[in-house]
Design a protein around this ligand. Structure first.
Ligand code: SAH
Ligand code: SF4
Length: 450
């Protein structure tokens, strides 16, 4: 039983995606599958016959926002339309509870069930369905895909996570780490190269433990080397690196493989050994600082970014001060700062959420202001120099093109004649708080001519 031809052609879909790059990429597969089945993308959520929420529950604030959004769409439902489906992390963790909480939701599905989506949608027309038993996310990789950008692509190298950082829901929502087979990754990279992709972002919750679960003797460096040999691919990025698993061999590969961008996103989470221990991060402050020092010594022009949580259970003023000191010492190019948020099923939940919200906010503001000053200083130091920039698209405001340096700094360029996908050499003419302004001096790669 499938959708009839008539059904398909009159059906439009809208996917609202929350959370990380992995979720954004999963949504590209869901779009691919639906479009292959004949569905058309709707311009707005209000016009869609099918609305899919691809959810995140890393922090409670995200969860509340998503609940609000689902509630608003379900309450506007008219004569059973639109059909509403929920997938992603919340679907996996809450499952059938979502059907109980939102009577307007027709379907809850896990990522292992995406391949079955068309059949599930047909079933959901008759009765409400929850399909989350299978958590084999690797199944999603083989599905069709509609990429958001023609010349830049996400490429998952592993799914799930084994680390169980005490605050984190990911291992519960995404399951244990499963590395994809190296040949499969390289085949996909090769298809992307042929398809005009110039930048590939390798995705995994811990790219540095790639291969540990595979029978073959392969590691992350094999992935970097393999992808770098694919014709057409000029830039390779990767996210996320876990400090406890990154090796000197990987750092050397970043330095030596020309296609690998000089950017390391290395979440530190805290500058205090006592807090890191309670977070179950598996490294100390000194170990982290050593990695950054080694990486900066080996990789010239390396940009280092991070994630930090403030207000973890029991975090004292002194421990927070250690985080501030670490940030002053490392001088990150940028940092995402988060207020600790207790998550169901995690070990930190048992530790109590004892840092008052005002203290969390005060720490957040202080850290954020410190990092803003560092970021502004770093960007200022780039003025007058030339950087390779990949043009990604038009900026939201003004008639600028937005691009990124190899270090992942945002550059706004107003030159005419640029097209997304072009790689240019840009002279940086000024710096703001978050982005640079540049002038394109030379075209290094023009996708229209290749
Ligand atoms: N796999 C990546 C991303 C994990 S989630 C990694 O290991 O780095 C992205 C970031 O969200 C984390 O780095 C952490 O800083 C933050 N985060 C995760 N759980 C959180 C929680 N319970 N409260 C606040 N921030 C959290
Ligand atoms: Fe979460 Fe830690 Fe795994 Fe990252 S490494 S996804 S923070 S458990």
């Amino acid at each position: 039983m499938t959708y009839t031809e008539k059904d398909k052609n009159s059906h439009s879909y809208f996917i609202r995606t929350y959370g990380c790059q992995m979720n954004l990429h999963d949504s590209e597969h869901i779009s691919g599958l639906l479009e292959e089945a004949g569905f058309k993308p709707a311009a707005e959520i209000g016009q869609a016959d099918l609305v899919i929420f691809n959810t995140c529950m890393v922090r409670k604030s995200a969860e509340q926002k998503i609940f609000g959004s689902i509630a608003s769409v379900t309450s506007n439902k008219d004569a059973g339309k639109p059909m509403i489906a929920v997938c992603g992390c919340m679907a996996q963790v809450y499952g059938v509870e979502l059907l109980n909480r939102f009577p307007g939701v027709d379907l809850v599905f896990g990522l292992g069930a995406v391949g079955e989506l068309e059949r599930l949608l047909v079933m959901a027309k008759e009765r409400r369905v929850c399909a989350i038993e299978n958590l084999d996310e690797c199944l999603i990789d083989a599905l069709p895909c509609v990429r958001e950008k023609r010349f830049k692509a996400w490429l998952p190298i592993s799914h799930g996570c084994n680390n169980f950082c005490s605050y984190c829901i990911v291992p519960f929502a995404r399951g244990r780490e499963k590395s994809r087979n190296l040949d499969e990754i390289l085949e996909e990279a090769s298809r992307l190269g042929t398809d005009g992709v110039v930048e590939v972002v390798l995705l995994g919750h811990n790219v540095n433990s790639y291969g540990a679960d595979l029978p073959d003797d392969v590691d992350f460096v094999d992935v970097l080397e393999g992808v770098s040999r694919i014709p057409g691919i000029r830039r390779i990025r990767f996210e996320t690196s876990h400090p406890k698993n990154i090796t000197e061999r990987t750092i050397a590969a970043i330095a030596q493989i020309p296609e690998v961008c000089e950017h390391l996103h290395l979440p530190v989470q805290s500058g205090s050994d006592a807090v890191l221990k309670k977070m179950n991060r598996g490294y100390t402050r000194d170990y982290y600082l050593d990695i950054v020092d080694t990486a900066r010594k080996l990789v010239s022009g390396l940009s280092v970014t991070t994630d930090i949580i403030v207000g973890f259970p029991g975090e004292t003023d002194e421990q927070f001060e250690e985080t501030l000191n670490l940030v002053r010492r490392v001088e990150f190019d940028s940092a995402y700062v988060f207020l600790y948020s207790p998550r169901p099923g995690t070990r930190a939940l048992q530790m109590g959420d004892d840092v008052p919200i005002e203290t969390k906010r005060k720490r957040f503001d202080e850290l954020h202001r410190l990092q803003q000053r560092i970021t502004a200083r770093k960007l200022q130091s780039m003025v007058g120099k030339r950087f390779e920039v990949l043009i990604e698209g038009s900026a939201q405001k003004g008639d600028f093109f937005e691009g990124r340096t190899r270090g992942n700094h945002v550059v706004l360029i107003s030159d005419y004649g640029l097209v997304p996908g072009m790689i240019v050499e840009a002279n940086i003419i000024s710096a703001g708080g978050h982005a640079l302004r540049g002038r394109a001096e030379k075209v290094l790669c023009n996708p229209l001519l290749e």
